[in-house]
Design a protein. Sequence first.
Length: 395
Amino acid sequence: MLASLILKHRRERPLLRKHPWIFSGGVERIDGDPQPGDTIEVHDSTGKWIARAAYSPNSQIIARVWTFDMEEKIDRDFIRKRIEAAVRYRDSLGLANVTNAWRLVFGEADGLPGLVIDRYGDIAVCQFLTVAMDRWKRVITDILMDMPDINTVYERSDTSARAREGLEVADGLLAGKPLPNQFLMTEYGLNLWVDIANGHKTGCYLDQRENRRAFPIDLHGKSVLNCFCYTGGFGLRAASLGAASVTQVDSSENALEMARKNAEANHLDENVFTYEKADVFQYLRTCRDSRKSFDLIVLDPPKLIETQAQLEKGCRGYKDLNLLALKLLNPGGALLTFSCSGAMTPELFQKVVGDAARDADKSPRVARILQQAPDHPLSLDIPEADYLTGLELLL
């Protein structure tokens, strides 16, 4: 018999709207002796059954809902069906026509809280981010290896989310063939080498796929500044579209080396590119002081806000970045600016960038509001799944 979690009075309301998170402050009591990762029954304060959830006692999110259907058991067949549904959704997007890498499972948005799977060709790269999902690791690995077009399952569970669940970092081969040293990803005709074992996230920022392929201005003969360039994706696309100069800036020499390799992989003129190993904040100030300017600037920083407690400081960071970038932008130029901090809502991000524009004495127009690629689906029930927000600004 499963243990039960009893909610405080009226704390069931988010669950009735199908939001899958239960915070520890909303719990009246736990009946039974569930262990971390166990499946538990969730009841409201009157004892009415609401959901079946995964128990995470070390986390502020003490339980994450598996299902709101009382008839569903949480077993291997349940996990398999959820993964198969996620695969069907990606198949419906026609991703194989434009790339050989995409997100296969996106946590709560695919009904599998705490699980991320990215696919690179025949390689499935997994992140098990909760204690419950970590317990299903072997089952998930077997399900993936049963798929006819997956030959390797590799783990990259090396994020801070693991610590909040009382888990240690874990990575390495789970099943199948060893990883190649690097994987050649294709994306709308662009070639990008990916270091799956050591790169950011699972090797590449797949969520930016659609944003990397289209720019709001004609780039022929134009100057481009790609900040936090990582392996160079935005800059490479800009060069392929005729940019006269592309400056790739990152604090990591390894990232810049990969950006150079990716320029070669796309047979782009090496004379177009300049590579700067620098702190982006300081580099932008240096450009301001030396009166440099650019026709297109891309700001794609790493997450500046990990928790709500960091929100105010993070907002200052985003404002500073956008203020400096807007001052460097030529008339008729464009700024692509992003936040991947889940705590930064689209509305707040627009306010922060708007404040930066006013302080820079600029009046850009918003050409497009940008977001994550559709293989990282949004959910009407889970606003937290909408973590990547961006603006395409024109002067």
